[in-house]
Design a protein around this ligand. Structure first.
Ligand SMILES: Cc1ncc(COP(=O)(O)O)c(C=O)c1O
Length: 398
C-alpha cells in the first residue's frame, strides 16, 4: 500500500486564509449566499486540509488510482478506528463490531429504520443538529422531545422530564455528544445517569460522537460505550474523521456496535441500499487517523484562541447576546432573544450585517431566537463577521 509519504510537518498559517481561495471552493458554505455575505454557518472549517491528506489525494490521482475501492475491512479501516479509540479514549473496541458507512446522518437513518418498530418513540434532545429531527419524521417514528435545560453554567439534560416523557413504546434515544449546537461535552456523571435510564427502560442509544476530536481542554470526551458492558451492548456509536479533519465532502464514516445483534439488524438492508464509500474518503480517513494528529493539534489550539476571542468580543460589543462558550465543537450557540430584533436573528444579521449564521429554529424546540455561528475560520474573517454583527446592532432601533 502506498502509504509512506515524505512529509515534514510545517506550521500552517491559519491567520492567513485567502478569501479568493475560499470563494472558489465548490461547497455549500461559500456558494449558497452572494459574494458580499460572510458565511459563518454550515459546519465546515475554512482551514486548508492537512498536508499529508492533500499529498495522498494528489498521489492517488497521479496514479489514476480511482477504481473500485478494496473492501474497507480488508483495507483495515475498522482496525484503525479501533486503535484510535483505544489510544485517545481508552475504548477497547472489537474491530469486528465496526462498519464503514458513507456518513453519520446515513447511520442515524439506517439505525432508526432497522432497529425500531414503526411508530416507535424516539427521544430527541433539543436544540439539536437538524437531521436528528428530520430522520425521526422521515422514517415515520414518533418524536419524544426532551429539551435540554439551560442553567448558569450551560446546558444540561433534564433527567426528570426525560424519565417522565419516555413511555413503553419509546425504543431509542438519539444522543449527540459533544453536542451540536450547544457545545456541551457531557460529564461522566451525566453519561452514567443517561446509561442507567436507558438500561432501566430498555432503550437503544444512537450516540453521534462526530465532534469527539473537537474538544477544548480541560474538557474530555468520554465515548458512551465505555461506561460499561451493559450500556455498550445497547449503543451504536457514529463517528468519522470528516468533521475534525475537515473532509466532509469525501463521505466516509463509522458505525460501531455494542452487540452482534444490533450490528446484524443494521446490516439487514440490502448492501446496495446501504451504498458504499469512495476510494478518496477511505484513503483520506486512514491517513487522518494515522498521521493527521499534528495538524489537528494545531487547529484545536487555533480554535481555542478563536473561542476566547469570540467570548470576549460578545461581552464587549454585543452584550445583549446570552452565551456560554462551547466545551467542544467550533460552533457558538447564541441567545438573541433579548435583542428585540423584530424578526428571526439569522434573518436580521443576514439582511443588515451580511453575515450568514445558522437559523436557531431549525434546531428544534428551544432554538427559537438563537443563531449558531461557526468560528472555524481565520481570526481576521471571524473579526470581520462579528464587527458586521455589532454594526448591524448599533444601527438597529427597536
Ligand atoms: C452532530 C453531527 N452529526 C452529523 C453531522 C454530519 O455528518 P455526516 O456529514 O457524516 O452525515 C454533523 C455535521 O455537522 C453534526 O454536527
Amino acid at each position: 500500500m502506498p502509504r509512506q509519504l515524505n512529509y515534514n510537518a510545517r506550521a500552517m498559517n491559519l491567520d492567513d486564509l485567502d478569501l479568493n481561495r475560499l470563494r472558489a471552493t465548490r461547497g455549500e458554505k461559500w456558494q449558497t449566499y452572494p459574494e458580499d455575505v460572510l458565511p459563518l454557518w454550515v459546519a465546515d472549517m475554512d482551514f486548508p486540509v492537512a498536508e499529508p491528506i492533500r499529498e495522498l489525494l494528489r498521489e492517488t490521482f497521479e496514479n489514476s488510482d480511482v477504481g473500485y475501492p478494496l473492501n474497507p475491512r480488508r483495507e483495515g479501516l475498522p482496525s484503525m478506528f479501533a486503535a484510535r479509540m483505544q489510544e485517545r479514549f481508552g475504548w477497547d473496541l472489537d474491530p469486528a463490531r465496526v462498519e464503514v458507512i458513507t456518513d453519520v446522518v446515513q447511520g442515524l437513518y439506517v439505525a432508526l429504520l432497522t432497529l425500531t418498530a414503526e411508530n416507535a418513540g424516539a427521544v430527541v434532545q433539543t436544540p439539536v443538529y437538524p437531521p436528528f429531527l428530520a430522520c425521526v419524521a422521515d422514517v415515520g417514528r414518533r418524536m419524544v422531545p426532551n429539551e435540554l435545560v439551560r442553567g448558569e453554567s450551560g446546558y444540561a439534560i433534564d433527567f426528570d422530564a426525560l424519565r417522565a416523557d419516555m413511555d413503553a413504546e419509546t425504543e431509542v434515544l438519539l444522543f449527540c455528544n459533544p453536542q451540536n449546537p450547544t457545545g456541551r461535552v457531557f460529564r461522566r456523571e451525566e453519561l452514567e445517569q443517561l446509561a442507567e435510564l436507558a438500561i432501566e427502560r430498555d432503550v437503544v442509544i444512537i450516540s453521534d460522537e462526530i465532534h469527539a476530536d473537537l474538544v477544548h481542554a480541560p474538557h474530555r470526551h468520554i465515548p458512551l460505550a465505555t461506561l460499561g458492558p451493559e450500556v455498550e451492548a445497547r449503543t451504536i456509536t457514529l463517528n468519522s474523521a470528516t468533521k475534525a479533519f475537515n473532509i466532509a465532502g469525501l463521505r466516509c464514516s463509522i458505525a460501531a456496535f455494542g452487540s452482534a445483534s444490533l450490528q446484524n439488524r443494521f446490516k439487514s438492508l440490502p448492501r446496495h441500499v446501504l451504498g458504499g464509500i469512495g476510494t478518496l474518503g477511505l484513503a483520506a480517513t486512514e491517513l487522518a487517523w494515522t498521521r493527521g494528529q499534528p495538524w489537528l493539534d494545531e487547529v484545536l489550539a487555533y480554535l481555542d484562541g478563536n473561542r476566547a476571542f469570540l467570548a470576549d468580543f460578545l461581552r464587549r460589543e454585543l452584550p445583549g447576546i446570552r452565551y456560554h462558550a462551547p466545551e467542544g465543537t467550533y460552533l457558538a450557540w447564541m441567545d438573541c432573544r433579548e435583542l428585540e430584533l423584530g424578526r428571526e436573528p439569522h434573518a436580521f444579521f443576514l439582511e443588515e450585517g451580511r453575515v450568514a449564521l445558522g437559523r436557531g429554529r431549525n434546531f428544534g424546540q428551544g432554538g427559537e431566537g438563537f443563531v449558531r455561528l461557526n468560528f472555524a475560520t481565520s481570526r481576521c474573517i471571524l473579526t470581520e463577521g462579528l464587527e458586521r454583527m455589532a454594526k448591524a446592532m448599533r444601527s438597529h432601533a427597536p
